[in-house]
Design a binder for this molecule. Sequence first.
Ligand code: ZN
Length: 366
Amino acid sequence: MKINTLRICLFTFVLACFCIFNLNAQSYSIMENNEVVKLSDIEKSDVRNIVNIPNISGYYTLKCDLHTHTVFSDGDVWPDVRVKEAWQHGLDAIAITDHIEYRPHKDMLNGDHNESYKIAKKKGDALGVIVIKGAEVTRSKPLGHLNALFIQDANLLDVKEPLDAINEAVRQDAFILWNHPGWPDNKSTLYPVHEQLIKDKKIHGVEVFNYNEYYPVVFDWCKNYSLAFTANSDIHYLVKEMYGANIRPMTLVFASERSEKGVRDALFAGRTAAYFNGYLAAKTEYLYGLLEASLKIKLINPEKRKVEITNISDISYRMTCGDKLYVFPAGKAIQIEIPKEGKVTVTNCFTGMNEHLAFNVSDINL
Ligand code: ZN
């Protein structure tokens, strides 16, 4: 009885709050008379798209974009627009990574290299989006472009010598992400400078996907050098202009808590997966974890080994076994007879350049 009374009180209180403060979200003011009819619910800016990618055992699966631009470098949007669209697209975290060396709108703006983060962070705090302070060290190949993430002062990266910029970022305990190794010459080359930086633990992750391209050879670098797999938009204009209604590319970060620290710890530990255009690339254990958490198996007929498999995620999985292709569409269930033996290859999940996630049928627990 007491609990019910408490519930009613709480409900009345929440209702009162909505009435008094007209809290944003989907509360619309109604205006309808012969002079004006407001179609308030036409507005969708406060609607967030939920991307269903399950947590894996022991970790939250956080959806992140670790590479974005604003007007404070050569992007077309104000920093808070980046955060709002990230929220709308169901992301947990974004990094603002304006170029240090290329700022074409500089003369029209007030503010130094730290300004875009400040504006974005304010919006992130208002919306519950984790905003990571970053900057893109933008040099020609062989070094190329690298994002310094979780930095304290981006202005200190504005130095003449490229390696001095990297060393300053390392001094600030940054996570260093090597961006688009295959751009702009359509060659993904691991130059001696990168080998040395990796050896010195001054490169911690790499983009296996950037904008609209992926780099198969880089899957092997991640594996061989223990670098974190990432997939990022590197978006300069509106994300929807680029990816339309599709799920934007993202780095899945397996974090022990939903916070900046959680993202940071997971990145340094290499607990990530790159997700782009229906493909995943990661270490075997994380791909297996995602697959296991996504597909729910219900036994229908033990003799025929007939099962119903429900894919609770927004990632469609494609598998081959022998001469058969099995497709598990996002958010749907299918019924199949599981073969008695054979090797299953998950063709949309990469673990290396010529390697896919694979397991034996006998590993499936019916
Ligand atoms: Zn960039």
